[in-house]
Design a protein around this ligand. Structure first.
Ligand code: ATR
Length: 280
């Protein structure tokens, strides 16, 4: 029987994950069925249980369920536990194992596809929700320098900094004080602010000529932050499409034991940028 997989989110209809996993399946000769499942917040647990009862063996979890999914797991990988957020579910004999491939996906995209050296980069992380929690541990592991975290709700920036447990290296700050923090070599937008057209106010002085600016989103919602980064003179302006493909490859490896090659599907999706702009 063909193994069943899904991406669970809300909204999820325009997710590229079914297309990416279908391409990986064709490339590796692995038969799989991967669909998108819409789950409003209150019905996540019921939809996940129904998926398991119908034979689902693996799932990706996306907005807004990454924190909720961690609670639904029987076991968590070390990196999912550190992130407090799950984007990959693996069916085991005892229940779901939760993993988080977002952070390694981001680091692989930045270092291998874009050729960036992350070591010692003074880093600003904007946002402290599931997306920010998912990537922060991997960025620290990749050797970035000090990590400053700002968030609209300051308590969440404090909570993320506490969870990372590196007080000498990780610094929560008030968003209103962002202008006094100096310049950063890596600036990551992990907010969903552009979805409601309200990017936080960012000073151009945050960027320097070697800054890499990264939006974890792609398509239309990444445009305001990347436009700001270009205007501020950032050296690299990178959206989240490569991270999306890389986190998918890492999930694929967890489920199937094979790591697919990612350049071809990345190039295909990138070429269809016009389509992406309207698709998510
Ligand atoms: P995700 O999984 O994408 O991180 P989330 O947990 O809902 O989703 O977090 C969204 C992030 O975007 C949070 O950092 C949120 O700030 P709050 O913690 O204050 O809610 C941020 N965000 C969303 N809309 C925003 C806006 N209009 N301005 C600034 N930050 C915003």
């Amino acid at each position: 029987m063909v193994k069943r997989f899904a991406v669970i989110g809300h909204p999820v209809a325009h997710s590229l994950s079914p297309r990416i996993h279908a391409a990986f399946g064709r490339q590796t000769g692995i038969a799989l069925d991967y669909t998108a499942m819409d789950a409003p917040s209150e019905s996540f647990d019921a939809i996940l249980a129904a998926f398991a009862a119908e034979g689902g063996v693996g799932a990706n979890v996306t907005l807004p369920h990454k924190g909720r999914a961690a609670l639904a797991c029987h076991t968590l990988s070390e990196r999912a536990r550190r992130a407090g957020a799950v984007n990959t579910l693996i069916r085991t004999a005892t229940g779901w194992e939760g993993d988080n491939t977002d952070g390694v996906g981001l680091v692989r995209d930045l270092t291998e596809r874009h050729g960036l050296d992350l070591r010692a980069r003074r880093t600003l992380l904007i946002g402290a929700g599931g997306a920010a929690r998912g990537v922060a541990p991997s960025l620290l592991d990749a050797g970035i320098g000090d990590l400053y975290i700002v968030n609209r709700t300051p308590e969440r920036a404090d909570a993320l900094a506490d969870a990372l447990a590196m007080p000498g290296r990780v610094h929560p700050r008030y968003l209103r004080d962002i202008g006094s923090l100096g310049t950063f070599d890596l600036i990551i937008n992990a907010t969903s602010a552009a979805r409601d057209a309200s990017l936080p106010m960012l000073q151009v002085a945050l960027a320097n000529p070697r800054t890499a600016a990264v939006d974890l989103s792609y398509g239309e919602v990444a445009i305001p932050f990347l436009a700001w980064a270009r205007a501020a003179g950032a050296h690299d302006c990178i959206d989240g499409l490569g991270m999306l493909v890389e986190q998918a490859a890492e999930s694929f490896q967890r489920w199937h034991g094979v790591r697919p090659e990612t350049d071809e599907i990345y190039e295909t999706l990138r070429e269809h940028r016009a389509e992406l702009v309207t698709a998510d």
